[in-house]
Design a protein around this ligand. Sequence first.
Ligand code: HQG
Length: 181
Amino acid sequence: MTEKQAKQISKFLSLVLRHKPQLLDLVLDENGWADVEVLLKRMQRESKAITFEQLEFVVKSNDKQRFAFNEDKTQIRASQGHSISINLDYEAVKPPEFLYHGTPVKFIKPIREKGLLKMKRHHVHLSVDIETATKVGARRGKPIILSISALDMHHEGHKFFMSENGVWLTDNVPPRFIDFK
Ligand code: HQG
């Protein structure tokens, strides 16, 4: 399988495992897990047939480790980024002092007013380093990097979760915890 093919499959998996399982008549359980055997059969039905080994390759080689298998690899889910209602069941953990969020310049005004909101996703996504935050923000134009006082938020009762692929998640970030520079 080429890198390009793996990327295409990864995009399709993001779509069905995070946003539209109905495209494959797939049922995700309350924690977002899909049955691997059913997934492969339904992909075949949609002329997107891949083997189990190819699925393993896509999961393993994914640049952001977007997907995870359960222990015996009978189930698969997206590790974050959902818009459909599922419970990822991550435990709340203490964050580092600062986390980062990259966003296009055009969103700065509403963020100054309302803080960071989760918009269509389940959480606000934050990065441990400026480099990653810059990549995230650059998806939509020239990014600005906001520094978030995560530890202060934690001390004031905001919960933080770390996804299996190292993305920090929280419900919202009020403006007073954001350094706009
Ligand atoms: C912005 C990708 C106006 C927010 C990435 C962002 C990440 C506001 C956009 C993951 C706002 C939402 C998530 C407010 C926040 N007013 N705009 N009050 N509060 N925003 O895609 O963080 O490749 O839902 O700044 O790498 O950009 O999919 O969030 O620009 O990890 O695995 O509203 O998605 O990962 O956009 O990206 P998103 P995000 P994957």
